[in-house]
Design a protein around this ligand. Structure first.
Ligand code: NAD
Length: 259
């Protein structure tokens, strides 16, 4: 039980990487607030955690809305009296389209959820984390940090690159308070995120690339949410007590081949 007595807030906990992390953190003893926009999905995850003997709470919020994030953090702290671990993971692929076709409001939406959402989550959690020290984990991507060849995914890649800068800026600011913050950069992970991607006219800008042996050197296929959750657990736990302000790629070397 590496997180006994701790309280964790997981954003985007209703599916994919967030769901797997919420379940694993709970299995390691954390009380977990499952934050997202879809009540059904979140309730299912919270029920599964409780069914396995853990403690969980559903908190509904859109991470791009300051008042909703503030209320979600307040609800978590009101319920359990503290906050130790934050997994700022909610995100969307948004619209992937050629530069001239990408609309300003499409750009804004991707940045609002992925980047501003991260800012708001950490901003409102910070006063509580500072009380006892804590750990924040942000989900970025190989896109925007090592891979720049997904032409059309410009808004997404920029939001992910900026999450890395955000992590480094706040790592220094929060270090005197014993709050660590790190950023994970997954490669392709089998989740529902592809169903929520709006790809438009990419054939006009796609750069031809073919890897005869496939583009996933280590395992020949996408990773799983559970593999990512294990990295989140490590960073959340005291095993990582000297690790802050750093990015960790979790991609089976995919980004080294595709960068
Ligand atoms: P997913 O779609 O299963 O999970 C994303 C979750 O975020 C969903 O539950 C969704 O409801 C929630 N969400 C979206 N917008 C939200 C908002 N405004 N407010 C609150 N919740 C919101 O996909 P996933 O792959 O598990 O994605 C999790 C994170 O991993 C994202 O930040 C994504 O960019 C990142 N990522 C995923 C991959 C991959 O291949 N799956 C690769 C690199 C990075």
């Amino acid at each position: 039980m590496r997180l006994e007595g701790r309280v964790a807030l997981v954003t985007g906990a209703g599916s994919g990487i967030g769901e797997a992390a919420a379940k694993l953190l709970a299995a390691e003893g954390a009380k977990v607030a499952c934050l997202g926009r879809t009540r059904d999905e979140l309730d299912k995850v919270a029920e599964a955690i409780r069914g396995a003997g853990g403690e969980a709470l559903t908190v509904l919020a859109d991470v791009s809305k300051p008042d909703e994030v503030e209320a979600a953090v307040a609800k978590t702290v009101k319920e359990w009296g503290r906050l130790d671990v934050v997994f700022a993971n909610a995100g969307i692929n948004g619209v992937w389209a050629p530069l001239e076709e990408l609309e300003a409001d499409e750009w804004d939406r991707t940045l609002a959820i992925n980047l501003k959402g991260t800012f708001l989550t950490v901003k409102y959690a910070a006063p509580h984390l500072k009380k006892r020290g804590g750990s924040v984990i942000v989900t970025a991507s190989i896109n925007g940090t090592r891979v720049f060849s997904n032409t059309g995914a410009t808004a997404y890649a920029c939001s992910k690159a900026a999450q890395v800068a955000f992590t480094k800026m706040t790592a220094l600011e929060l270090a005197p308070h014993k709050v660590r913050i790190n950023v994970i950069c997954p490669g392709a992970i089998e989740t529902e995120i592809d169903d929520n991607t709006d790809r438009r006219d990419l054939e006009h800008v796609k750069i031809p690339m073919e890897f005869p042996e496939g583009d996933k050197p280590l395992e020949r296929g996408p990773g799983s949410s559970e593999q990512v959750a294990r990295l989140v657990l490590f960073l959340a736990s005291d095993d990582a007590d000297h690790v802050t302000g750093t990015e960790m790629w979790i991609d089976g070397a995919e980004s080294l081949l595709r960068g």
